[in-house]
Ligand binder design. Structure first.
Ligand code: ADP
Ligand code: MG
Length: 626
């Protein structure tokens, strides 16, 4: 028979490892010690609730008291919870990784483990990261229990003895190590409490005096409340306090679910104007009102970390160090569920209160679009509630937009419609619908005017993310939509059919025009447009413009957004109509002036071009008065 034995762990070898490696961050020791006090109170109250013990009327102001003694170099955390007997101290404190929380839960399973934080039996020892010695003074709730004093330097030995302690509960006295004296600083301690213990369920005091004390924490944070009972003012107040942002949030989503796991929280959409501001978001993750960490990517879908928020999920499978998650399917499920819930809330609002949704839209659209780009799942859930403002100032989703606003092909009349009839049929089946968009209402004013006069519509895409977003939509819906900036497809959108088109005459016009035009890099084309008032207009290929914009966005040098610029001469305009009949001098003057005007409506002229344009204008004025 093979011999059996227990593996022995020598504590003097283990302690340095625990101290050094178990926790990623020293600061968390305070959370662990305070959380133990909170657990101790929760346990005591559970016993009372279950009738295991009678509540001690003289000691029922349940709270945690923290204090610092600079001279003695101690940091003390005291609770009036369950306390420990000598046996319990030996068992729970001295045997590392023997968690009293697990023991308690096993024993009182019927009461449910709700609200008990501890789990692994290692939290207490984290205090040795900052202490050279720790004392415990504790007295159990049990009848006739004596006070117990335990002390250890955290290396490998400890002492334990009776002591006088009048009140039920536990006092942990940490003798702070020399190198760690920052933990004797009141400001430091307060800020740690604010970070890690802000929502713990019992009052936490610093230097408790017995009168007019104000707890440092909020024991009933708003996110735990029923959303129906929360007012806008409360949401804003909670936001200000939690995120120290004096700007009001624009919109929020209150998550509150019990199934398939428990999760509560509030996500706020802050005001953002630029890409840089976007990256400042922070979603704080809590487990039973105990802070775990910010922006944990396993639990919180990446795009939501652009927001500010708190999420409390008692069911997340934490490992010992609490800041790391077990690599668990459950975690993925939680993350997916959060995405789904956010999408549900937004679609719900869209359906039930479209007006309010539209009012918020400008503020939340950047987040939603980024969310779509970063998370295809999210996109598929919200794609129908992505809306765009059109030229009439109405907000529509793309299908509504296509349905209600016939595009260029459908608008073409007469011969052209007949000629293109077959082609249009085909298009409907496999070709995406062209949607025109504007990126700058002021800069593209002339194009917008022409579109409106021609009875065409377009959507406004003027946030910094829209170029990306329309590309993303094309990639996701290749058979549905194709996007053209309003200045990218002018000839197709605005041409007035094929009626009266004279190929020969157009060719002659273009040749005559090019012969005198100083800018030789621009292509020239003649087209009869629906609007007669404009002599010419610049058209830039959507593809090359976008390519240039992307390069510029990623800082690639030499990006030229103006490649493939075409000057469309409008044969419906009287000046263009008369052009070929002019003498050489007039041709030169008119051609260049027409080009400059078209260029100006599209984009700035080069300095030399601007100079000549100004000179020409001066000459025109002179002629006018002569
Ligand atoms: P955990 O909290 O994960 O169980 P800890 O190392 O933090 O592990 O604590 C070990 C055990 O010591 C606890 O489960 C509890 O039984 C006991 N304990 C620690 N602090 C206190 C306290 N303030 N009051 C009562 N018991 C405590
Ligand atoms: Mg603990």
């Amino acid at each position: 028979m093979a011999k059996q034995g227990n593996i022995q762990i020598a504590s003097e070898n283990m302690m340095p490892i625990i101290k050094k490696w178990l926790y990623s961050d020293k600061d968390i020791f305070l959370r662990e010690i305070v959380a133990n006090g909170i657990d101790a109170i929760t346990k005591y109250r559970k016993l009372v609730e279950m009738g295991e013990t009678a509540e001690d009327e003289s000691n029922k102001n349940y709270c945690i008291k923290i204090s610092v003694d600079k001279d003695a170099k101690t940091l003390t955390v005291e609770d009036n919870g369950i306390g420990m007997t000598e046996n319990e101290v030996e068992k729970y404190i001295t045997q590392i990784a023997f968690s009293g929380a697990a023991d308690f839960l096993a024993k009182y399973e019927k009461a449910g483990g709700d609200g008990i934080i501890g789990h692994f039996g290692l939290g207490f020892y984290s205090a040795y990261m900052v202490s050279e010695n720790i004392e415990i003074f504790t007295k159990s709730y049990r009848e006739g229990a004596k006070g117990v004093h335990w002390e250890s330097d955290g290396e490998s030995t400890y002492t334990i003895e009776d002591c006088d302690k009048a009140e039920r509960g536990t006092r942990i006295v940490m003798h702070i190590a020399k190198e760690e004296k920052e933990f004797l600083d009141e400001g430091r301690i307060r800020s740690l409490i604010e970070k890690y213990c802000a929502f713990m369920p019992y009052d936490i005091y610093y230097n408790f005096t017995g009168k007019d004390d104000k707890a440092l924490n909020d024991t009933h944070p708003l996110y735990l409340k029923n959303p129906k009972e929360c007012t806008d003012e409360e949401y804003k107040e909670f936001y200000r306090k939690t995120f120290h942002d004096y700007h009001d949030p624009l919109f929020w989503i209150h998550l509150n679910m019990e199934y398939p796991f428990r999760l509560k929280g509030i996500l706020y959409f802050p005001k953002v104007k630029s890409k840089v501001e976007l990256e400042r978001g922070k979603v704080k993750l809590y487990c039973n009102q105990v802070y775990i960490a910010d922006n944990i990517k396993e639990v919180i879908p990446e795009f939501l970390t652009l927001l500010n928020g708190v999420i409390d999920c008692p069911d997340i499978p934490l490992n010992v160090s609490r800041s790391f998650l077990q690599n668990d399917r459950q975690v993925q499920k939680i993350s997916k569920h959060i995405t789904k819930k956010v999408a549900d809330k937004l679609t719900g609002l869209f359906k039930t209160d479209r007006k309010k949704y539209q009012q918020c839209w400008n503020d939340i659209s950047v987040f939603i679009k980024l969310g779509c780009i970063k998370d295809e799942d999210f996109y598929s859930k919200v794609k129908d509630i992505i809306i765009f403002k059109d030229l009439n100032g109405e907000y529509k989703n793309l299908d509504e937009f296509i349905g209600k606003a016939p595009q260029a092909e459908a608008n073409a009349e007469g011969e052209s419609a007949a000629a293109e009839g077959d082609k249009a049929e085909e298009k409907k089946e496999e070709q995406p619908t062209t949607i025109y968009y504007i990126s700058d209402e002021a800069g593209q004013a002339q194009y917008i005017d022409m579109f409106k006069n021609a009875g065409l519509n377009a959507i406004v895409c003027d946030t910094f993310i829209d170029t990306h977003f329309v590309s993303y939509l094309e990639y996701k819906e290749p058979t549905k939509y194709r996007f053209m900036r309003i200045d990218a497809d002018v000839d197709a959108a605005l041409k007035n059919g094929e009626a009266g088109k004279d190929e020969e005459a157009d060719k002659a016009l273009v040749e005559a025009f090019k012969a005198v035009l100083k800018n030789t890099s621009v292509a020239v084309k003649a087209e009869k447009l629906k609007n007669a008032e404009v002599p010419a207009i610049i058209n830039v290929s959507e593809f090359s413009r976008r390519f240039g914009e992307m390069n510029a966005f990623y800082g690639i040098a030499g990006a030229d957004a103006d490649r493939d610029m075409t000057l469309i001469l409008n044969t419906a305009n009287p000046v263009i109509e008369a052009f070929t009949g002019l003498d050489e001098q007039k041709k030169t003057f008119v051609a260049n002036q027409v080009y400059y005007m078209a260029r100006l409506a599209y984009k700035k002229l080069s300095p030399e071009e601007m100079k000549e344009f100004a000179e020409n204008n001066a000459a025109l004025l002179k002629n006018y008065i002569d």
